[in-house]
Design a protein around this ligand. Structure first.
Ligand SMILES: NC(=O)c1ccc[n+]([C@@H]2O[C@H](COP(=O)([O-])OP(=O)(O)OC[C@H]3O[C@@H](n4cnc5c(N)ncnc54)[C@H](OP(=O)(O)O)[C@@H]3O)[C@@H](O)[C@H]2O)c1
Length: 305
């Protein structure tokens, strides 16, 4: 099968090449998915799981991309809950070959059904951004109706999802980002916007929850805004500062079939709008995933037309 592979960690996304790889087999509990669309997140090339297996053994050449939308073609021994021919979407294991390929083997429990009226490219754009936003707000952030939420990077992949989910759940949402992102963040539902380069974050006043996708100085400055009993939720690594009278958590997104189902349902009925930029075929994936200019929205690789 055709696949994008990486062999050199130091090269980053520029080290991607299009290669021929064997079609994977379904192990126990797995399905093989015929990939129709794939999502890739640049951060994964710095994570150990891209380069070694769980025992630390080299696993290069490895296939990146861990978001998938496609059709199940075979089931491993004992696999339950999915059938051959079913449309699915999901987040695949970071320590196994990924989805920038014509086929991927993935544990069935990491996948959810993809309804026929949701396009594969849309399906592949949802797992990381949707699940991260969901888990940050409702699992780790313990969001409650009526709270105020500051979403950093509100025009980005995770931020756009967090902004929409928080609004739907009854939050007052303040988005942040670059000046050029103001309208995009407002269009996704933010009620206020802070340009992190030119506006003062301190003017926001107190908030209950900060959803931080940026970290560093921005994360540190945000802790001062958090109301007593509030929370800083970070996806940008362990927070460098903590709120004086609140909690700080960081987490890594996990696959979850039920949460994916909730996210897909919201896309179907229009409550959630995906944030997709360029859609490129597998033959053009290396160029599309190495943009020379700033891109808006998530790049999706369409493996099958
Ligand atoms: N822990 C987890 O489970 C998890 C899950 C998903 C993602 N992540 C990580 O979270 C981060 C965000 O992911 P994403 O997919 O949402 O990325 P994204 O689509 O690039 O969104 C980030 C947004 O924040 C903006 N931004 C970044 N730094 C900024 C700054 N200093 N000032 C103003 N705006 C800034 C970006 O603008 P520019 O494009 O102009 O920089 C962009 O609009 C990435 O580092 C990713 O690796 C972690």
């Amino acid at each position: 099968m055709k696949a994008i592979v990486v062999t050199d960690q130091a090269a980053g996304p520029a080290g991607m090449t299009l290669a021929e790889r064997p079609v994977p087999e379904a192990a126990g509990g797995d399905v093989v998915v015929e990939v129709h669309a794939s999502g890739f997140t640049p951060g994964e090339l710095s994570w150990p799981g891209t380069w070694t297996d769980r025992l630390g053994r080299d696993r290069t050449p490895s296939i990146p991309g861990h978001e998938v939308a496609g059709v199940v073609t075979s089931l491993g021994y004992g696999t339950a809950g999915l059938t051959v021919g079913q449309r699915v979407l999901g987040l695949t294991d970071w320590t196994r070959d990924g989805t920038l390929a014509e086929y991927v083997a993935v544990e069935a429990r990491n996948l959810a059904p993809l309804p026929g009226d949701v396009d594969f490219a849309v399906g592949a754009s949802l797992p990381i951004s949707g699940l991260t936003a969901w888990q940050g707000l409702f699992v780790h952030g313990r969001f409650r109706v009526g709270q105020s939420v500051l979403v950093h990077g509100a025009a980005g992949g995770v931020g756009a999802m967090a902004t929409q989910l928080a609004r739907e759940a009854g939050a007052h949402v303040i988005g942040t980002g670059r000046a050029a992102d103001r309208q995009t963040a407002l269009d996704f539902g933010a009620q206020e916007f802070v340009d992190l380069d030119d506006d003062s974050l301190a003017d926001v006043g107190e908030v209950d929850l900060v959803f931080d996708v940026i970290g560093g100085e921005v994360g540190k400055r945000s802790t001062g805004l958090i109301r007593a009993g509030g929370m800083l939720v970070s996806i940008a690594g362990p927070p460098e500062a903590r709120p004086a009278d609140g909690l700080a958590v960081d987490f890594v997104v996990e696959a979850d079939r039920a949460q994916l189902g909730e996210i897909v349902q919201r896309v179907r009925d229009g409550r959630l709008r995906p944030n997709i930029g360029e859609v490129a075929p597998l033959d053009d994936a290396v160029g599309a995933l190495n943009p020379t200019e700033r891109v808006k929205g998530k790049t999706i690789i369409r493996i099958r037309p």
